[in-house]
Design a protein around this ligand. Structure first.
Ligand code: C2E
Ligand code: CA
Ligand code: CA
Length: 645
């Protein structure tokens, strides 16, 4: 029995988007619907016109009949009146004359009507009126009969016309109903069928990757969610192809496509039929394997996949190199929700990639804990617009090593206490902020808080020579950061001369434009100082770092930690001191925690230090107390001197 997705894939063309046959059929169906729709509408319009014309015609008829009936009645009444007047003794000649004139008027209005003949005869006789005798001689009785007949006939004609009109009405309504049904049958039904087919096709296409026939990202997520909801043990494997970019570059898109199709087929045949396989990105696939309960089983399958995907793919008579790196995560165990499970597998993939191409790695409990923590941080951060509540700047003093009582600078460090989560370290929340593009905003908020605290220290006459803050690559890449810094510094009533900007090597790497470097240099030109942070951790040499005019380098704490027992660390510090000295750049030692480290640094010629030995980062109130408790700013703590000797 074929795997359901394979069976569907077999009936699906590989490129539904450009399937000519289906495209033509679709267009044909639309044309049919349009043609029938137009016909139906024309039919309805014709019926409506006929109905209008017929109603008009019938109304005219009805009015004419009403008029005729009215006239006949009036004539009948006048004749009766003449008869009554002429029956008087002596006959009322004046009255007969007046009634006769009115009768004549009603007749003149009337169209020629044979039924009016007796009336006309009567009138001709009446004209010779002089003696009433002839009137008596006139046959009023038969004349009245004729008039009665005329009135009755007119009424009958009117009734017949009404009945005809009602029949025509009924016919028209029936016709319109039939036309409406025809439109429904001929237009609406195929239209509804066509729309349903279109929706089904779109849905199928959204569920399938057109190139490989595998499930789409949405469909594989839904499949995973369904299996997890049913409580099935599942393994998720994210497969990342190793040589896809190279195949694309060397052979064009056709080469890349061939690699993807071969990879899809091999993954599909390596796993079981009821496992789901999808393509979720350029060269990234996901396999959801049911019934895999432990990492040993998962790793056996991962090994099989790696082997299957390491065979070259024939393309245009040449073999294309192929390989894959995998990340594995299991449910239950590694994550509670499908999204977190996919992320755990993704993190495992990253670790596998770092170890080199072609291997696999599995999610660890630490990954899971971090991912879940990140998710809650993301939720806490994502729901806020504007300033992040609970975000503040703490200041950590940097002191003179020769005179540790003398504060040289304060470094502003972000601190966040999130509602429901407590205090979160910058190492945790800054990467999340970076991921969602919030880092520049948070950086600005920390900077403004630090500037306000620093201005306050100065206003109170406490020693506050310099304020340093960290500038991330994300902030600097925005391009408007220099103006933002100038604005914030001026708004705090400070000048750029008391500001130091700490940047890392990352900023000096190629992806930062020369324009940014120029901007930083311009900022320095306006009085701000530039410091290179975490020095020694990156891969670039000092020469490359000197693309930017620097005032300070901050030796990373990994070297300080090694002082006294790691000869290599001592050599790095010595070399840095010598190079920086020759370039006129200050050196600050970071993370100084012991007196022994301070002594070693002094011996190596280092003049400034930052570390828990002297002070931790503090909020404004604690810093004010700390500074005041020290009294005279330049008094060296006795303990420090005793240990140093
Ligand atoms: P960083 O710039 O190297 O900051 C110094 C870090 O070392 C701080 O960690 C500080 O608390 C810690 N530290 C200071 N003295 C000692 C010591 O004696 N021992 C040890 N073990 N650690 C010490 P924190 O505050 O956790 O900040 C971590 C990193 O987060 C910072 O490293 C910086 O890269 C980044 N960061 C902090 N605040 C901001 C900010 O507002 N903006 C940006 N862009 N990055 C920030
Ligand atoms: Ca720093
Ligand atoms: Ca640092």
């Amino acid at each position: 029995m074929p795997f359901p997705s394979q069976a569907a894939a077999a009936t699906d063309p590989p490129f539904p988007g450009i399937d000519r046959r289906r495209g033509t059929r679709g267009a044909w169906a639309w044309r049919q619907v349009l043609r029938r729709g137009t016909l139906g509408l024309l039919l309805l319009a014709a019926l409506a016109l006929t109905a209008g014309w017929s109603f008009h015609h019938l109304e005219q008829n009805r009015l004419a009949l009403d008029a005729a009936a009215g006239r006949a009645t009036a004539q009948r009444m006048l004749v009766s009146r003449i008869a009554a007047l002429s029956a008087e003794t002596p006959p009322n000649l004046a009255g007969i004359a007046a009634a006769t004139i009115r009768l004549s008027a009603t007749l003149d209005q009337a169209p020629a009507n044979p039924d009016d003949r007796p009336l006309r005869d009567f009138l001709a006789a009446a004209e010779t009126l002089g003696d009433p005798a002839p009137l008596h001689a006139l046959a009023l009785g038969p004349l009245s009969q004729v008039l009665d007949d005329a009135v009755a006939e007119t009424a009958a004609t009117a009734a017949a016309a009404q009945a005809r009109m009602a029949r025509q009405h009924a016919l028209l309504i029936a016709g319109m109903l039939v036309a409406f049904l025809l439109v429904l049958l001929v237009v609406m039904r195929p239209l509804a069928r066509h729309v349903a087919a279109l929706a089904a096709r779109l849905d199928r296409e959204a569920r399938r990757d057109p190139l490989t026939g595998l499930l789409s990202r949405r469909a594989i997520s839904a499949d995973l969610a369904r299996r997890m909801a049913a409580g099935e043990p599942v393994a998720v494997m994210i497969v990342d192809l190793d040589w896809f970019k190279e195949a694309n570059e060397a052979e064009g898109h056709a080469g890349g496509d061939a690699l993807l199709q071969a990879a899809a087929a091999r993954i599909r045949t390596t796993v079981r039929q009821d496992d789901a396989v999808g393509r979720v990105g350029g060269d990234e696939f996901v396999a959801v394997l049911s019934g895999v309960r432990d990492h040993t089983d998962a790793e056996t399958i991962a090994q099989r996949l790696c082997e299957a995907l390491h065979r070259p793919v024939p393309f245009a008579g040449r073999p294309l190199r192929m390989g894959a790196t995998l990340g594995i995560a299991l449910s239950p165990g590694d994550a509670a929700t499908p999204e977190l499970l996919l992320r755990a597998a993704d993190d495992a993939l990253l670790r596998a990639k770092r170890a080199g191409r072609g291997g696999y790695s599995r999610a660890t409990p630490a990954d899971t804990a971090r991912i879940e923590r990140d998710a809650s941080i993301l939720r806490a951060m994502g729901s806020c617009t504007g300033d992040l509540p609970g975000l503040d700047a703490h200041l950590q003093p940097i002191v003179s090593l020769a005179d540790p009582g003398r504060v040289l600078c304060f470094e502003a460090l972000a601190r966040w206490t999130a509602r429901g989560l407590g205090a979160i370290s910058p190492g945790e929340f800054l990467p999340v902020a970076q991921r969602i593009g919030q880092l520049p905003w948070l950086g600005g908020q920390v900077r403004r808080a630090a500037l306000a605290a620093f201005a306050r220290l100065r206003a109170e006459g406490l020693p506050a020579p310099l304020l340093a803050f960290n500038l991330s690559a994300a902030e600097i890449m925005r391009g408007d950061v220099v103006e933002a810094i100038v604005r914030d510094v001026e708004a705090a009533g400070l000048s750029l001369a008391c500001i130091e900007i700490e940047i890392t090597e990352e900023i000096l790497l190629e992806r930062v434009s020369t324009r940014t470097i120029d901007q930083l240099a311009a900022l320095r030109g306006r009085g701000a100082r530039l410091a290179l942070d975490d020095f020694g951790t990156g891969n670039s040499g000092l020469a490359q770092l000197l693309r930017l005019p620097l005032d300070k380098v901050k030796l990373d704490r990994t070297f300080i930690r090694g002082l006294g027992h790691d000869h290599r660390a001592e050599e790095v510090v010595r070399a840095t001191m010598s190079l920086a000295g020759s370039l006129g750049i200050e050196v600050v030692a970071e993370g100084v925690e012991t007196e022994a480290q301070a002594v070693a640094l002094r011996a190596l010629g280092c003049n400034a230090a930052q570390g828990f030995l002297y002070a931790r980062p503090m909020p404004l109130a604690a810093l004010q107390t700390w500074l005041r408790a020290r009294g005279a700013p330049s008094v060296v703590p006795l303990r420090a001197i005793q240990r140093a000797i």
